[in-house]
Design a protein around this ligand. Structure first.
Ligand code: SF4
Ligand code: MG
Length: 327
């Protein structure tokens, strides 16, 4: 099965005054067509940087420093700015935390949808307006015909994010990168927006990279999860496997810090200690200063990703050599 998105050995560095800091340290993963991949981790773990790198929107002092990104079989990390812009409008859409960053305050909701469609689709203005109204209905905006005439400031935060979803879907993208799409919203609205995103993806076969620090969102909305820590991938695997029996001690810590998976809160981490920052990297396994299972080797040798059933786990505990000894 060929992946829709394939990220291989991605490295992102940040130019500091006298050296280069590593923000993303050799991560690899894929997203299949129509799949929802959650990307979770503490603030500063590199989730947003990864999404930004895929979108080709890294800005100095951050820059790609290695690896490759392929979309639908084509390498995209080497595309020129114009080709990348076309790809972003049509095939890869982005949804960010703050809907106002995606909406033009001076254009009505209808104009924004119609202009986006006219730019990227072979469609007439009249059809585009009809489709815009349909899209607003699909994302659950009440009175969609009237809302076409509304300006973003006249809408609530939740309604604006519904409009952003309509914009994201209006050109039938194959992949949506959604970075904390519900974090800025009231808890009661978060679930609704997530439901819309998930339903529209299922109906349209759209894949999603859903960046979040909320394990409740992960458990409810994703097919697979990638757990990031200090710019690296700690673990990636089917959501059910990670929720029910995570292999990596960090993932287990994340799970344990959640009183209830149905309770949406932003309490990701109650693991003692802090994640190392790019300007103060640690040797060996980046999690070793906080890991309850750390041993001597963890402090000096970086664990590769080991296969554990359908998951990949970057932890020495998952080393098959070791597992066969202890079995
Ligand atoms: Fe803990 Fe060692 Fe595994 Fe890192 S490699 S998570 S320090 S046991
Ligand atoms: Mg972020």
């Amino acid at each position: 099965m060929s992946a829709l998105l394939s990220v291989e050995n991605l490295r992102v560095e940040i130019a500091a005054r006298d050296r280069r800091l590593t923000a993303i340290d050799d991560i690899s993963f894929t997203i299949g067509a129509g799949e929802i991949l959650g990307v979770v981790g503490e603030s500063g773990a590199g989730k947003s940087v990864t999404g930004t790198a895929i979108l080709g929107l890294l800005e100095p002092p951050a820059a790609l420093a290695g690896g490759r990104i392929a979309f639908a079989g084509r390498r995209i990390d080497t595309l020129d700015e114009e080709s990348m812009r076309r790809l972003r409008g049509k095939e890869i859409a982005a949804v960010f935390q703050d809907p106002l960053t995606s909406l033009d305050p001076l254009m009505t909701v209808g104009e924004q949808l119609v202009e986006t469609m006219l730019t990227h689709l072979p469609i007439k203005r009249k059809e585009a307006f009809a489709r815009a109204e349909d899209l607003l209905r699909m994302v659950g905006l009440p009175a969609p015909r009237e809302r076409l005439q509304a300006y973003p400031h006249a809408l609530s935060g939740g309604m604006r994010q519904r409009v952003v979803l309509a914009l994201a879907f209006c050109c039938n993208p194959r992949l949506i990168i959604a970075d904390e799409p519900t974090t800025a919203l009231d808890v009661s609205v978060q679930a609704q927006i997530l439901d819309v995103l998930r339903r529209m993806c299922r109906e349209n076969g759209t894949a999603v990279m859903l960046v979040t620090h909320d394990m409740g969102v992960i458990a409810e909305a994703t097919d697979r999860v990638a757990v990031m820590y200090a710019g690296r991938l700690a673990e990636i695997g089917p959501t059910r496997a990670l929720v029910e029996e995570a292999s990596h001690p960090y993932t287990r810590g994340l799970m344990a810090s959640i009183p209830s998976l149905t309770r949406r809160r932003d309490t990701l981490v109650q693991i003692p200690g802090a994640m190392p920052r790019p300007d103060a990297p640690v040797s060996g396994c980046a999690f070793h200063p906080r890991c309850p299972s750390a041993e001597a080797r963890c402090r000096s040798e970086r664990p590769p990703a080991f296969a554990v059933e359908a998951s990949q786990v970057a932890c020495w505990l998952a080393d098959p050599a070791r597992r066969s000894v202890s079995a």
